[in-house]
Design a protein around this ligand. Structure first.
Ligand SMILES: *[C@@H]1O[C@H](CO)[C@@H](O)[C@H](O)[C@H]1NC(C)=O
Ligand SMILES: *[C@@H]1O[C@H](CO)[C@@H](O)[C@H](O)[C@H]1NC(C)=O
Ligand SMILES: [Mn+2]
Length: 387
């Protein structure tokens, strides 16, 4: 160390830096002994499924085929607020998922192996001014939708973009359901009117003002009226469909309005009469080839399996039934998807966040697969043979 005193001053920092790196590699006890270890489920910074995390809105050079994007907006809810923590809860619920361990037996594929999928972080939505927040969400969505695709692998791409270009797909983590209005506005610029497959306990097609009494223009924009507003703006085609509905209404006339908005209705109870396969057929027939957006309200699922949501309704579908229906939809022309209304303050043992993360994984798989998996189920031996 005495030598240092005689070195020309300008050289000292460079020499020290070099020496430090060299010593780090040679002498640091952790790497010397354990090398480089990957993160465990419960270690590391939080991103969806441990995907690379980039603030894509700020970093113009980032390209991707599929982006996960949080929209922590919850200031247009009618009952229990708290879905601004949905993106956090879904990412946290995804900690046991990872690209390296992403092979799903029921799908027979790993969605992360088909495309460049990254977590683009959250839109920093304003919590004080809903009009501003909605504009921020539309602007953010349009920004990512306009990025060139990475094309790093054999991505199945949405077919019918208006402008003839290939666009990335975005999986949005809500947020209350209102976030779909700015998303549909943005998608409309690229795809024109699109169909929606809407999983929910509630129709969300209340006439504008039905929830607020039209006190102001802005109070029309809620998590129960956004589809009506989207219809009035011409953003949707007339071949959309609901699945899982069981909310109560003031009267049956609201269903006529719902049909006008463009929806067909599959009730939660229909699963007992039709079964999952028949429900899949209904949805596929309704949607056909049209560009379709998948919007999934976590309150579709029975509150026993997904209690952490703003407006829970009893007697919904199970996670297993729903995942089976989702697999049946592979090959439709999905242009985007979301999972909304996860409000973790009402959760127990993270069960809602974990289920929401698993469903989001299915949405990613729908973006990259061409047809439902054809898994052969081995006939189980009858019990009497063993006797
Ligand atoms: C795709 O992403 C990789 C990094 O993951 C980057 O090196 C490459 O340049 C990107 N390709 C395009 C076409 O954007
Ligand atoms: C949708 O609208 C088109 C024309 O606007 C019409 O031909 C078609 O029958 C409608 N479809 C449904 C399911 O209502
Ligand atoms: Mn909803």
């Amino acid at each position: 160390m005495m030598m240092m005193r005689y070195l020309p001053l300008a050289l000292i920092p460079a020499v020290c830096a070099q020496q430090h790196t060299f010593e780090a590699q040679q002498q640091e006890p952790w790497t010397a002994k354990y090398g480089t270890q990957t993160d465990l489920g419960y270690t590391g910074p939080l991103s969806y499924s441990h995907l690379p995390y980039t603030r894509c809105l700020d970093d113009i050079s980032t390209t991707f085929d599929i982006a996960v994007l949080g929209m922590p907006f919850d200031t247009a809810t009618s009952y229990r607020p708290g879905a601004r923590f949905g993106p956090y809860a879904i990412r946290s619920g995804s900690r046991r998922q990872s690209p390296a361990g992403g092979y799903a037996l029921n799908w027979m594929t790993n969605p992360y192996s088909h495309a460049k999928v990254i977590d683009c972080g959250d839109v920093p939505v304003n919590p004080y001014d809903n009009a501003l927040a909605i504009d921020q969400m539309e602007t953010a969505y349009t920004t990512l939708l306009s990025r060139p695709v990475n094309g790093s692998a054999s991505t199945r791409t949405a077919k019918l973009a208006h402008d003839g270009a290939e666009h990335p797909r975005i999986l949005t983590l809500g947020g209350d359901h209102t976030i779909v209005l700015p998303i549909l506005r943005s998608l409309h610029q690229v795809y024109g009117p699109i169909s929606v497959i809407h999983f929910d306990a509630h129709i969300d097609t209340w006439p504008a003002g039905a929830l607020s009494g039209v006190l102001t223009e802005q109070s029309k924009v809620t998590h129960g009226t956004f589809f009506t507003l989207a219809f009035e703006e011409g953003l949707m085609s007339n071949t959309s469909i609901h699945a899982g509905i069981r909310n109560k209404l003031h009267g049956p006339e609201l269903i006529e309005h719902d049909e006008e908005v463009g929806f067909e209705l599959i009730l939660a109870d229909d699963i007992d009469d039709l079964g999952t396969d028949e429900i899949v057929k209904h949805i596929r027939q309704r949607i056909g080839d049209s560009p379709v957006y998948l919007s999934f309200d976590i309150d579709t699922i029975d509150p026993g399996q997904a209690p952490a949501t703003g407006t829970p309704e009893p007697a919904g579908w199970t996670g297993r039934e729903t995942k089976r229906i989702l697999r049946g939809l592979a090959g439709l022309n999905f242009v985007g998807a979301d999972i909304v209304e996860v409000a973790p303050a009402y959760d127990n043992a993270d069960i809602t966040g974990i289920l929401a993360a698993g469903l989001a994984d299915d949405f990613l798989t729908l973006f990259v697969t061409d047809e439902p998996p054809k898994r052969q189920v081995k006939q189980k031996r009858a019990l009497k043979d063993d006797l």
